[in-house]
Design a protein around this ligand. Sequence first.
Ligand code: HEC
Length: 154
Amino acid sequence: MKIQRLGLLALVCAAFAGPAAAQFQTPDSAIRYRQGAFQVLATHFARVAFMAQGITPFDAKAAAENADLISSLAALPFTAFVPGSDKGLPNRTKAEIWKDPVKFKAASDRMITEAAKLSAAAKSGNFDLVKTASGSVAHACKACHDDFRGERRE
Ligand code: HEC
């Protein structure tokens, strides 16, 4: 039992060491990683956005927890757009990501900044601030998708 736990810990540590250094064994592992990171972000963002839009009741504590997660994780997908990871597992990257890395970085920085603002807004517990900040995050997601996310390639 104890040894199994240590084994798991080692695995988790290895998983964290990789992305932090933006190192992936294969293009497929980078694709899987960034898509997984986006899925996690989207799940937590939906929880806040639904509250912001009045679809679910506003729960200040839940909003703060989810916004905090979004802010902490916001940078992760962008460590995994490594050169050569346009091909492999099915994905929706556009060539512009690697042709115009400055613009792509600006779009990712914008989202990271807006996510930090959303986290600060959610900590205040003020619904109107959360609503505004949530809208800004959504715009940052969409702006990048419009420019850099295309049709799914198998
Ligand atoms: C700087 C660019 C950029 C920003 C900002 C961005 N995305 Fe994306 N997103 C992409 C790209 C490019 C893909 C396609 C990645 C792929 O297919 O490998 C993608 C894919 C996704 C996917 C699909 C993942 C899958 O399983 O295929 C989801 C969900 C997603 N994004 C949600 C979001 C949300 C939510 C935000 C804002 C909080 C966001 N994205 C911000 C560029 C961005």
